[in-house]
Design a protein around this ligand. Structure first.
Ligand SMILES: [Fe+2]
Ligand SMILES: [Fe+2]
Length: 333
């Protein structure tokens, strides 16, 4: 997903387009966007387009990397070798997603170190969903089914994003997210079909805890998402938050029936007229609290990231020293 927090402003100070040359470049850029062309990193782009993308892609990258933590916590406690192998592969995929995205963001002129620093100092956001705890094994299946499921809904339209490096990264990421969603659903189905009563109750409890935070992954309602219209105009965002959320709910209701779990929303009912499932109110105060840093695991997640960065300092130093030696040897040759 992980694009929900991307509407947060960081004091944009967009310069007015002044020179005739800039106006011409702007017109050419607008025409290319209107024609559905892709923009490459070396092409001219308005400063605010660059900033918006940089914020969105780097925050998406942070979400992938922080998203490894809640599941990484369960690798050593997976119930079978098969489940451990699958979970390990999934968590490694998320690391790869982070790397593709950091690389795409770097093409916009910000270094990896600057992005990591923004995350560690709390200036950059990541998806609110990763600030919730993973209490039981059923959380692993539920994250795959619902969190990766919501991520797919959010990310498939980004494969057509106007900024080509982001679109290319997303195509590969979406293929892997599809595996993530399926493995989660299959893990839950196994427990619901063959499990004990206690295991079935564990699945239901996990679904109860993750359902509402998953709906928040799509970001605030359209009428409270002020930057969405501009992102739509630029072809960065293709489908609105509310539309994506509805699509996710409609799909999840049917999947929940197959699993035999109940979604924790008494107001969930089919609306003949709209041909969609109506749902109850989402607690946007909780969303704001978690985004602002006061969710159940915000501090734990950030400190785990900072510790990993500090523990890895010797690797970066060794790599730099090696690269330096190689460069000197090349010069001498
Ligand atoms: Fe991912
Ligand atoms: Fe994933």
């Amino acid at each position: 997903m992980y694009t929900q927090a991307m509407d947060t402003k960081d004091g944009d100070d967009v310069k007015a387009v002044r020179s005739a040359e800039e106006m011409q470049l702007q017109q050419r850029f607008d025409a290319r966007i209107d024609a559905g062309d892709f923009i490459e990193a070396k092409d001219w782009m308005p400063e605010n387009y660059r900033k918006t993308l940089l914020r969105q892609i780097s925050q998406h990258a942070h979400s992938e990397i922080v998203g490894m933590l809640p599941e990484g916590n369960w690798i050593s406690r997976a119930p079978t070798l098969k489940r451990k192998t699958i979970l390990l592969a999934k968590v490694q995929d998320e690391a790869g997603h982070g790397l593709y995205l950091y690389a795409a963001a770097e093409t916009l002129g910000t270094s990896r170190d600057q992005m990591i620093d923004a995350l560690h100092s709390g200036r950059a956001k990541y998806s609110s969903i990763f600030n919730y705890p993973t209490l039981t094994w059923a959380d692993m299946g539920t994250i795959g089914w619902l969190v990766d499921g919501a991520a797919i809904m959010n990310q498939v339209p980004i494969c057509r994003c106007s900024f080509a490096p982001y679109a290319r990264a997303m195509i590969r990421i979406c293929r892997e997210e599809s595996f993530h969603q399926r493995q989660g659903f299959e893990a839950l189905l196994t427990m619901m079909r063959n499990g004990t009563d206690a295991q079935k109750a564990m699945v239901q409890d996990a679904v109860n805890r993750w359902w509402w935070p998953c709906l928040m992954m799509f970001g605030p309602p359209d009428d409270q998402s002020p930057n969405s219209a501009q992102s739509m105009r630029w072809g960065i965002k293709r489908v609105s938050n509310d539309e994506l959320r509805q699509k996710f709910i409609d799909a999840a209701v049917e999947q929940a029936k197959v699993l035999g779990v109940t979604l924790p929303d008494p107001e969930l009912r089919w609306n003949e007229e709209r041909e969609h499932w109506d749902h109850g109110p989402i607690d946007w105060d909780e969303f704001k609290r978690v985004i602002a840093g006061d969710g159940p695991c915000n501090r734990e997640r950030l400190s785990a990231r900072v510790k990993a960065w500090e523990d890895g300092a010797w690797v970066r130093e060794a790599a730099l020293a090696h690269a330096g030696k190689q460069a000197t040897a090349k010069e001498a040759a």
